[in-house]
Ligand binder design. Structure first.
Ligand code: MN
Length: 299
């Protein structure tokens, strides 16, 4: 459907607390399960962690997805069952490909780390790649497009002739748009992609309408470009991709295309199956999977 003429829907986040910080969950939601292959969007913070406060998510498993972690402030330490131990800071990408199975922990670097603000988004791996070997990539610097002093950073995929080095398994894009001073920027969009936009800080408008901070603006498909007007010191993330042919199934930390795949992954995690390995160096116990009953998201 051509959605250029209609003003885009803006879905407010659902509030959660995870590992000690405020989470605004933007996807999935009943009205909108996915945007391209993006199936789960968490906006983390901004939360100020003072003395005695830590962000701490104990070891837990994933299958069938990639986690895309991107910070605006603060720092986090990632450890996984492949032996990667990686600090992430603002402007850097941590990309974890779960594939057939991985486990990881995420925590603050120190006590009283100050403000933590960022996103963690999940990409559903296509059915043909759902069991790829797990992997982890850290990209400390990414390509940037600059227009009117507004910087558009290629987190995943490509735009305007620049491409992120991050590994992808289906056509998709994620960019950060950041202004130091107020200004306008036009970004080209791809035919056949669906897009969504989140204002993370500052103020911005699209087609003369203000974007709500922390909401998911559903851009749909059919636009050739978007023009954004940004106030100084504003940050947005734009995601997009080729629509999936069917909804993936989501349950806990798993993404799959068959219920049996999720049931098996849960049983394997609870039994300590080697497919999920173990996270060395984390001081504490791994997470227990919840009971699996009822319908999965996507069923
Ligand atoms: Mn995780």
């Amino acid at each position: 459907m051509d959605q250029r003429e209609t003003s885009p829907a803006q879905w407010p986040a659902r509030e959660h607390v995870l590992g000690g910080i405020r989470i605004g969950r933007l996807l999935p939601r009943r009205e909108l399960r996915t945007i391209g292959p993006w199936c789960f969007l968490d906006h983390m913070g901004p939360t100020v962690l003072g003395p005695g406060d830590r962000f701490d998510v104990p070891p837990h498993p994933h299958i069938g997805l990639q986690t895309v972690t991107w910070l605006l402030s603060g720092g986090l330490l990632h450890r996984d069952s492949l032996g990667f131990e990686q600090v992430i800071e603002p402007g850097q990408l941590n990309l974890m490909t779960a594939g057939s199975g991985i486990s990881h922990s995420e925590e603050s670097l120190e006590d009283a780390p100050g403000e933590v603000h960022g996103v963690q988004f999940w990409v559903a791996l296509p059915e043909s790649a759902q069991s790829v070997q797990p992997d982890f990539e850290h990209h400390g610097a990414l390509p940037v497009i600059t227009e009117n002093r507004i910087e558009t950073t290629l987190i995943m995929g490509e735009m305007a002739g620049k491409a992120s080095p991050a590994t992808t398994y289906s056509p998709l894009v994620a960019v950060q748009i950041r202004s130091r001073r107020s200004g306008e920027v036009t970004l080209p969009l791809k035919h056949g992609f669906q897009y969504g936009l989140v204002l993370l800080e500052g103020e911005a408008s699209l087609q003369g309408g203000s974007l709500e901070k922390g909401a998911l603006c559903d851009l749909g498909s059919g636009r050739e470009a978007i023009t954004l007007v940004l106030a100084a010191n504003s940050t947005l993330i734009l995601i997009g991709g080729k629509p999936l042919e069917q909804n993936p199934l989501l349950w806990w930390n798993f993404v799959a295309w068959e219920r049996e795949t999720i049931e098996q992954a849960r049983a394997d995690w609870q039994a300590g199956h080697p497919r999920f390995g173990s996270v060395e160096g984390y001081a504490g116990a791994a997470m227990d999977a919840p009971e699996l009953s009822g319908r999965l998201v996507g069923e």
